[in-house]
Design a protein around this ligand. Sequence first.
Ligand SMILES: NC(=O)c1ccc[n+]([C@@H]2O[C@H](COP(=O)([O-])OP(=O)(O)OC[C@H]3O[C@@H](n4cnc5c(N)ncnc54)[C@H](OP(=O)(O)O)[C@@H]3O)[C@@H](O)[C@H]2O)c1
Length: 314
Amino acid sequence: MLAKNDKIYIAGHGGLVGSAIVRSFKAAGYTNLILKTREELDLLNQNAVTEFFKSEQPQYVVLAAAKVGGIAANMSSPADFLYENLQIETNVIWQAHLFGVKKLLFLASSCIYPRECPQPMKEDYLLSGKLESTNEGYALAKISGLKLCEYIYQQFGKDFISCMPTNIYGPGDHFDSTSTHVIPALIRRIHEAKINNSPEAIIWGSGLARREFLHVDDLATAVLWLMESYDQKEFLNVGIGIDVSIKELALAIKEVVGYKGQLVFDTSKPDGMPKKLLDVNKINKLGWHYNISFDEGLRQTYKWFLDNVVSDKE
Ligand SMILES: NC(=O)c1ccc[n+]([C@@H]2O[C@H](COP(=O)([O-])OP(=O)(O)OC[C@H]3O[C@@H](n4cnc5c(N)ncnc54)[C@H](OP(=O)(O)O)[C@@H]3O)[C@@H](O)[C@H]2O)c1
């Protein structure tokens, strides 16, 4: 059972997910969080990670550091995605095990389910088919991290667990033009159409593909709940269990942005998988549910974008 002054290392605290995890642990009264930038602790460096665990002796670890990227980056540098993620995971998870960490939570990702997975995707479907080739290196590394936790749990009886979050969005998301997160890309595109008085905003694909999105602060409450209350070997999906079409999403963003022009769907661009949705029955039955409505989440995200991304430029 975590005490409020236990030493908890949040790896990747500067990222979209890590920063929300820090907010949620602080809000819950945890006072002894260990946070290290990449400059202070490069997780690719095994000696540095060993020294860190030796000197800091954290009791709990949340591993939210990873090399994360879009399709183009994953396709052009699969070796980097496989190597860096394997290295970060083996360094952190194994040293945490060697230095007596009581509990560790590893964040995997729903994009590691097989390409032709039945929908909604149950936890049992992991490793039941071929992986999506565009992010195979990333997926193999994530599956290895998840399995390393399971095996440590099995072999050493330690509370090393994993979760499988769906697509995440929210304040702190990456809005640069190379980002392939759907929500920030659509917010940017529709916002720019509004600012430029364009009569139409072009949306890639038919708009028919369906995706699930979880607010980053909801994921952070799930991480807190998992650290405080879940101690089984089996990893859990984390999502809302509801999907929306890209067209519905774009219309909701149009409303939030206040854009009056037309949305035009460019069907010459690929849609990707027709549907991707997690089965979240397990985590729901155990007691965790999402809380932030999609409209509220989109409003917060657009406000964050206006305050933090465009405020200096317009
Ligand atoms: N975002 C999603 O939609 C989503 C969905 C499912 C699962 N997840 C999982 O959630 C985790 C976090 O994702 P995110 O979206 O928050 O990514 P992110 O914003 O890119 O954050 C990743 C963090 O990891 C740090 N990091 C990477 N390599 C490092 C290294 N060698 N040494 C030290 N720190 C390093 C980064 O530091 P720098 O800032 O220095 O690069 C950054 O703080 C990942 O495991 C991801 O698979 C994310």
